[in-house]
Design a protein around this ligand. Structure first.
Ligand code: ATP
Length: 267
């Protein structure tokens, strides 16, 4: 059995004339805190979409704990514990956080059809939901409307929903995108407290978050891994500085909220 939670070999995807991914070899250790960074259009979201089965790769393969999952469907991968969050939040605005988590747990347990009968509640499901919300520091807003939560708490709820799926591998797609700076600290603290047995791949433009969270960083540029290393290696790599500092478009979508790569690398 491989010690790697997730591994890609020569993973490639073409969109017409664009090599969105070109021979990606990525290794996610068991219990990893691995970040994937790169300028806009580098292929980060495409990689998540291929890893989760939304897109089939043009070439290459994906292994989860040593097993080839390249041909598996999205739902099969999710059941095997490969679970993602989304860049733009996908929540139901009129539900409460509690019911959102309960529905996700019921879905995981194959009880998806009874979600609309919340009062025939299984105590175990509600207990688990409350515990998860507590872990994500959302217990005080468990019964509020999702639409009324500050954006940072909505992103935390997304992570709670991902955790409700019992991930072995968690893919976080820009959890800080759109989160105001004063709500980012809570997000960072919460990510730092994720269970150690979950392997995490974080895609993020906010370098404060990346460099505090990750123990390993891969830099993706134009569909290829430019380099990979420890945060210290990446911070001093002149090629990485060139990629960000040499570009006009370097802050990503959260301008005005968080610290982009160029600002971070300039120090
Ligand atoms: P960002 O940081 O802005 O989210 P990214 O690193 O996630 O960027 P992707 O969104 O994965 O980059 O895009 C990689 C490349 O693939 C880009 O050139 C993009 O235009 C192209 N691309 C992405 N999705 C599609 C698609 N469905 N059809 C055609 N081209 C696509």
């Amino acid at each position: 059995m491989s010690a790697l939670a997730l591994e890609t070999q020569e993973l490639s995807l073409r969109f017409g004339a664009i090599d969105a991914l070109a021979g990606i070899n990525l290794q996610l250790e068991s219990g990893a805190r691995h970040a994937l960074i790169g300028p806009n259009g580098a292929g980060k979201t495409t990689l998540i979409n291929v890893l989760t089965g939304v897109y089939a790769p043009t070439a290459g393969c994906i292994r989860m704990s040593g097993h080839d999952i390249t041909a598996h469907r999205v739902d099969q991968r999710a059941r095997q514990g490969l679970i993602r969050t989304f860049q733009i939040n996908q929540l139901f605005p009129s539900l409460t956080p509690l019911l959102s988590v309960v529905m996700t747990i019921q879905e995981r347990e194959g009880q998806g059809t009874i979600w609309w009968r919340p009062y025939q509640r299984s105590t175990a499901v509600f207990d688990e939901a409350h515990a998860l919300l507590k872990r994500l520091r959302l217990d005080s807003v468990a019964e509020a409307r999702v639409s009324e939560l500050p954006y940072g708490q909505q992103r935390l709820l997304e992570i709670a929903l991902a955790l409700a799926g019992r991930p072995r591998i968690l893919l976080l797609d820009e959890p800080a995108a759109g989160v105001p700076k004063d709500e980012c600290r809570e997000l960072l603290e919460t990510l730092a407290e994720l269970p150690q047995d979950i392997s995490v791949l974080l895609i993020e433009h906010d370098m404060n978050l990346v460099f505090r969270f990750a123990r390993r960083i891969s830099v993706l540029v134009a569909g290829r891994v430019l380099t990979e290393g420890s945060p210290a290696d990446i911070a001093r790599d002149p090629r990485v500085r060139e990629v960000y500092l040499g570009r006009a478009n370097m802050r990503g979508p959260m301008q005005g909220h968080t610290q982009g790569p160029a600002e971070y690398l300039r120090g």
